[in-house]
Every structure is written in C-alpha cells, then in structure tokens.
Write a protein that binds this ligand. Sequence first.
Ligand code: DAV
Length: 371
Amino acid sequence: MAWSPDKTEVKSWNEWDTLRHVIVGRADDCHIPPEEPALDAKVPEDSDMRGQWGRRPQETIDRANELLDNFADQLRKRGVRVDRPVSIDHSQPVTTPDFHTDSQFGCMPPRDVLLTVGHEMLEATMSYRCRWFEYLNYRPLLKQYWEEDPNFRHEAAPKPRLTDADYHPDYLSEKIGDAKRLEWAAEKFFVTTEEEPLFDAADVLRFGKDLVVQHGFTTNLKGIEWLRRHFPDHRVHTVNFPGDPYPIHIDATFTPLRPGLILNNPQRRLPEDQRGMFEKNGWEIVDAAQPAHNTPPPLCYSSTWLSMNVLVLDPKTVCVEKSEVYQAEQMDKLGMEVVEVDLRDAYAFGGGLHCCTADVYRDGECEDYFP
Ligand code: DAV
C-alpha cells in the first residue's frame, strides 16, 4: 500500500529509499555534560570543550533551533512529514543505584538513540551516563506511533548499568595522543569494555536484510551480539575503521547513497578483509570528498567529516550541508541531485544532517542486496 500523510505507519529498511516521514531533533536545553569516562574518551584532546560543562549558551541554542526548524520546513515543503521531540529538562542529574552524573545531554541527535528496522523502533542502550534517559525526549512520539499504527513495534534494549566496569581506565588520561589512539583502535581496544551489551543506534547502518555495525567507543561486541539475537531475520556484520582515533558512530565514516554505492571516509577506509560482501555483489566504495572546513565549529564533539553526514531523500536526491561545497560537487558527479541545507551552526549539538534525523517511514521493502 502506498504511503499516505493521513495515516501513521512506521517502516524503514534502509538508508536510501524514498523518505516520507522523519523525526528532526531539537536543540532545546542542550547541555555540555560533566566529565564521565565514555564521553571524555571522545572529546578531542585539543578541544575547547575540555574541562567545562553546563547548559549551552542560549544564543547558540536559539541559532541551532532556527536551523533545525528551517530544515524541518524544507523537508515539509518536499512533502515529507516531520515530527519533533519534546525536550525534557536536561539540567536534571541522572542517578541510578549504580552511578550518578550531574546533568544530561539533550534531544539531539535522534539518530544516536532510535534505530528503525522495518516496523520497529528500538531505543539503544547508549553508553554515556548523561544519555541514559535520552529516550524520554522521544517517548511522546513513540507513544503516538504505537497508538496510531497497529503494526508498530516499540522496543527498548536492556538499560545498561554503566558502572566503572564498563570503561577501560586507560582512556581516562587527558593526554593519550593520536599515535597511541590509532594503535589502540587497530587492536580494537576501545574505551568501553565487554562488561555488558552497549550500543548507540548511530553505529548501525541498514541495508535491507543486512545490518552493518561499527565496533568502537560507543558500541561493543556484546552490543553487536545483542543486535544479532534481537534481529534473527537479519545478517549482522561487524566493521572497524582503524584510521579513526575517536571511533564513535558510523555516519561520518561510511555513507550508503543508493544500492551499489557507498561513500567512505578516506582517513577511515574499510579494511580489505571486511570488503568481501560489497565486492562480491558489485557495490562500489568510493572515497568521500574532503570537508570544506579545517576545524569543527566551537564546542563541537564531532570531526570535520560531518561533511559526509548526509541525509538521502531518495536514491537520486541527497541533502548536503550548504557550506560543504566539495561534498556537494562530488554528489553531483555521482548523479545525485543536491538539496542544500544550512546546518553548520547546529553541528555542536551532536552532528549533521543524518545525525539530527531519525527515519519513521521510507518506501520499499526488506531486500537482500548481498545474496
Ligand atoms: O567524525 O566525529 C561524528 C558522528 C556523529 N554522529 C566524527 C563522528
């Protein structure tokens, strides 16, 4: 049955089929959280964010919200239904029997928390203490979908305990250096231990019957095994990108654009021994264009490679951040129509165009692209 804007239906099997319904995050009340093990491991050693925490400056929140609202309107004008989360009070501490942290993170970016696979939306375990309750920002929407769509499966992965046993203390040092970090990444020695299953939704890419999951800081092997058991009809593949000294989230590293074509970050190439399924099935993996910027914007966790954190609207159309001229040019050469979106001033809130969205509905069914 064709999609209708009057009827809520949750369904999305991949990253590229025609997008009909999406969640766009909000910058409301976003905080820079206090120090904690997994978060500190990701903040670059030379970052302006080291050693400070608290609510983000109001003018940056207002500016990011302006851009996110404009992006939502741009999508609506193209006929996409857009929903927005409802912000909780992120200044509230998180206290469980196992840990305490003095504030939360925000309701950006939804892609980190919500994994849509077919008719299911799964709340990820998360691996930062400050993000333990982040799903609450999306509960009003998930409740609505559950009430309106009788086929919608609302699932939540087991909440992790996040005691100190979840983190390798080696990563807590302030000065590790990129050489050491790269060595550790090559050995698959990340900040999270194998104490219990941990994953962020943004470490997962959906290719129909196949799920490709990055093992790194925010997703451990037990998290990937948990996904494998939870989705028994899927093939779940573990990937690594050893060129990344701060490996969190796959979506500034490996970006499928349409069946047969993936952009790969040239500093974080997929190792030869993990390319088999793509090569055997004639998929092309091409180096992404260089970012247009040499540094991320102020108070930003992410690298300049948010340039390739694009949102595919359909297999011929892609949203690219407006200042990322090299990435836009490459998309054009690859035969994609580019929709420019101004978002750079919202990057500090947790990411780019893919990050700040979560799929609710895309056309298409679950296909086997790697038979
Ligand atoms: O390159 O810093 C950012 C991914 C955000 N979801 C990076 C990864």
